[in-house]
Design a protein around this ligand. Structure first.
Ligand code: ARG
Length: 491
């Protein structure tokens, strides 16, 4: 309704004013549905805005969806015809149902989204939650716009920490404890390794050696690694189930072990490599530090694996666009990744969808300070808070546990998505579980109310009392509903 009207207005204005650029605005609050600012044209023609107004009022008024126009403060304010427009919006929503807002812009195009990507044998933090929820929201949006979406969980399942983990396991490991509580136990081993390594410097050497054996494919080392990975994944999967998230691929960093040399070779063929103090690098100019491709001991790095992953994904999925949903702290890494892929001559779009930290009481979390929040604990705590609130408000409710869990998870997800993406967010369970204001529980509450109305009544737009649209708050809702497709597209 609004978009189409805007379009028609612009056509008229273009015809009348030829070269003059005229805009059509949507005033935020109340006083009109659309408005055309007349100042700048009035100024350049050296007339009063009212003269311009008189020149165009009739054409605008003659547009079918327009009810009336008014001159006010240098604007031509437009009021839309409410009855027929509302009828059209509501009928088309009822007809299209779930597919309302679907678009075809993405047809035939693929977008790859790399998100969540936690590290094996470490707990899934509320920081990884942000990536998970933002990535998942993007996935839904792109699907609705017609894109083929490939969701990839780039698991952190390779790197120096596994050498440490294996050494720690051999020294202090307990199979039963690992099986019973894999991530917490493995993480404790990792922390202990660091504590002991401060006094026993030889541990670091042992860890390097263990990593080397792992990389050379020693069966016992591989078995341990696989076991740690399987156990960690089990925990991650139960979290994803709770959050309603799934991926098309779980190929993590280790998947690229045998695909890195090929990348190094092609960088070499293109003459992009140079040697700097024994290390192999790609120079990225004055203002950006070089990308470190190989350490002086020949070891590969995070970015080497990301390059291998990027090229593999491009060959496999032929994407137009690849998105990495990762925190602000990896800004430089993705800048370098993009620069290297540019130098290699790729023309796909590569975007770092960055986001802010999760703060607890205004402070950054860290594993060492013990301030670290395991997502599972957080969810459990949220569920119990939600249950308290439900028991208070509605003691006789039947499925308290099930509802508490939906409310709690909804609250956490909503809190994550309502915030400005790139800013830090404060993680405050009491706030996010409130039943009023901009919270998940309030949204769910509204949803439930609306659903129960829809269930109890058949909606026949032909029989709606159209006088309700004359009331601003009803027509405002119609306008919001009408905006949904465009909002989706902008998002
Ligand atoms: N595992 C990394 C971390 O937890 C995030 C990986 C992001 N994805 C990527 N392709 N680099 O910090």
């Amino acid at each position: 309704m609004i978009d189409q009207t805007k379009y028609v207005i612009k056509e008229h204005l273009n015809r009348i004013f030829k070269d003059e650029e005229m805009t059509v605005e949507e005033p935020k609050k109340g006083h009109a549905d659309l408005a055309i600012p007349l100042f700048s044209l009035a100024k350049s023609e050296r007339v009063s805005p009212i003269v311009i107004f008189e020149r165009i009022r009739e054409v605008i008024e003659s547009i079918e969806s327009v009810d009336s126009v008014v001159f006010q403060n240098g604007f031509l304010n437009i009021f839309l015809e409410r009855k027929k427009n509302s009828f059209e919006v509501i009928t088309s929503i009822l007809e299209q149902g779930q597919s309302y807002g679907d678009d075809t812009v993405g047809n035939g195009k693929t977008v790859v989204i790399d998100y969540s990507s936690p590290n094996i044998a470490k707990s899934f933090s509320v920081g990884h939650l942000r990536s998970t929820m933002i990535g998942n929201a993007l996935k839904h949006i792109y699907r609705k716009l017609g894109y083929t979406v490939v969701g990839i969980n780039h698991l952190g399942d390779w790197g120096t920490q596994f050498g440490k983990m294996i050494v720690a396991y051999h020294k202090w490991g307990d199979d039963q404890a690992i099986n019973a509580n894999p991530i917490a136990t493995l993480q404790a081993l990792y922390v202990r390794f660091h504590e002991e390594a401060e006094r026993h410097l030889e541990l670091e050497d042992q860890a390097r050696h263990a990593l080397l054996k792992l990389e050379q494919g020693d069966p016992e080392h591989l078995r341990l690694w696989q076991w740690f990975k399987d156990e960690s994944l089990k925990e991650f999967m139960s979290m994803y189930d709770m959050l309603g998230v799934s991926f098309d691929s779980y190929d993590g960093e280790s998947f690229y072990n045998d695909k890195m040399q090929a990348v190094v070779n092609s960088l070499d063929d293109m003459g992009l490599l140079s040697i700097d103090e024994g290390a192999t690098i790609v120079n990225l100019g004055e203002s950006v530090p070089p990308a470190l491709i190989k350490r002086s001991d020949g070891g590969t790095l995070y970015i080497t694996r990301d390059l291998a992953a990027l090229l593999y994904r491009y060959r496999t999925y032929h994407f137009e666009k690849i998105l990495y949903v990762v925190g602000n702290e990896q800004m430089l890494h993705f800048k370098q990744l993009k620069m290297v892929s540019d130098l290699m001559g790729y023309d796909f779009e590569l975007d770092h969808i960055n986001f802010g930290l999760v703060l607890i009481d205004g402070k950054k979390m860290s594993t060492r300070s013990g301030q670290f929040k395991r997502l599972e604990d957080v969810i459990e705590q949220a569920i119990s808070l939600a249950k308290d609130a439900i028991t208070q408000k509605n003691p006789d409710l039947n499925d308290k546990d099930e509802i508490a869990s939906s409310v709690a998870i909804g609250a956490i997800i909503f809190n994550d998505l309502k915030n400005e993406r790139h800013l830090d967010v404060d993680f405050n369970l009491d706030q996010m579980l409130r039943f009023e204001g901009q919270t998940g529980p309030y949204l769910q509450y509204s949803g439930v109310r609306i659903n129960s109305m829809i269930k109890a009544h058949t909606i026949d737009p032909e029989r709606l009392d159209s006088s309700v649209y004359q009331l601003d708050h009803y027509f405002d809702i119609v306008k919001l509903l009408d905006k949904f497709p465009e909002t989706l597209y902008k998002a």
